[in-house]
Design a protein around this ligand. Sequence first.
Ligand code: NI
Length: 176
Amino acid sequence: MAVRPVLKMGHPVLRQVAAPVTDFGPALSELLLDMEETMREQRGAGIAAPQIGVSLRVVMFEMKENPRYPDIAPIPFTVLVNPVLTPIGVEQDSGWEGCLSVPGMRGLVPRYRQLHYSGFDRDGRPFEYAVSGFHARVVQHEVDHLDGILYPQRIRDLAHFGFEDALAGQMTPMPD
Ligand code: NI
């Protein structure tokens, strides 16, 4: 188990479409431990395997109660393998996002307000949820990583993209 370096925007692995997981064996367990340790050390709300250089369809996310983000409901620690997202309705909300692969920056990104997701847990058991709000946003952000998409590619108006310190007071902060 180790904290791994997080690849930054521009690295070719972050632009790849990641491959589905076919083996839920020890190599996956080790990957998940490295992702978890890296996510916690970097204080991210989520992480995708390509961010530590592994082009597999694996994400995880967690949001603990945090006084910095009083409007965001906690999200239980979730491992999601081979995810499939299905938006519920067409409504989208704009929210400020950050990313461990785009350090120090924030951008305003539209995301579906509600969605259904399905996939597999760490042991290969299928599960599904319907989620909304920040939870839905995190899932969409992380699963985008598996298709080689970083949030700046989703920003509609680049006037709403900048450095976190310069944007302070102009945005509702969101975790990375
Ligand atoms: Ni990200």
